[in-house]
Design a protein around this ligand. Structure first.
Ligand SMILES: [Zn+2]
Ligand SMILES: [Zn+2]
Length: 196
């Protein structure tokens, strides 16, 4: 038996979640970070060196949530990492699942909360009404009487321009991952070993 001298690729979950974008040649899968710099650094150190055809994305479903799992072979194996995150299923997730057609662009992005002082008058609040319909003199509450919004809140997602094309995407059930080395390894390391 030949023992590999390579240590296993570390698992990384220090990001906020996954954004999905639909208005592009291929749907976008976007790991999101609080700081733009984190996304830029991670791209430069890791994702940039991935071979596109080797990138695997796995969505492992478990009732109302799913595990996002992503890994690839790298030109720089010493700085390689694999991503994972347990997330709640969302409408965007379901839309991606239905529509991706076996391919996606992988990009990294930053996500920031925005408040009334940060935005233009026309920017929409999470309640659906515009920034200008919120009252600065009343804790930024929505002016529409029928609306229960007590404070203007919105968010902004900025994507890095660089992208990779992913063609190995699979949706799996948690009970059914033993034949998938990446998903199996992820849940072994990050879930099952922690239940003991
Ligand atoms: Zn509002
Ligand atoms: Zn409102």
């Amino acid at each position: 038996m030949i023992l590999s001298s390579q240590s296993p690729i570390p698992w990384f979950d220090d990001f906020l979640g996954i954004g999905y974008r639909f208005y592009d040649l291929r749907m976008n899968v976007v790991p999101l970070f609080t700081e733009r710099k984190q996304a830029i650094d991670l791209w430069r150190e890791t994702v940039n060196w991935w071979f596109d055809h080797s990138i695997k994305i796995r969505f492992v479903e478990s009732s109302d949530s799913y595990w996002f799992i992503m890994g690839a072979d790298s030109e720089h194996p010493q700085s390689n990492i694999s991503f994972f995150k347990k997330l709640d299923k969302s409408a965007n997730y379901e839309r991606f699942k239905k529509g991706h057609d076996g391919e996606a662009y992988l990009r990294l992005g930053s996500y920031s909360d925005q408040y009334l002082k940060d935005v233009k008058k026309s920017s929409p609040c999470n309640c659906g009404h515009a920034a200008e319909d919120h009252d600065k003199n009343d804790n930024d509450a929505c002016l529409y009487e029928i609306c229960s919004c007590k404070k203007f809140e919105s968010f902004e997602v900025k994507l890095l321009k660089k992208k990779k094309t992913v063609t190995d995407i699979a949706f799996l059930d948690e009970k059914n991952i033993k034949d998938d080395p990446l998903a199996w390894n992820c849940l072994n390391v990050n879930k099952f070993s922690k239940l003991k």
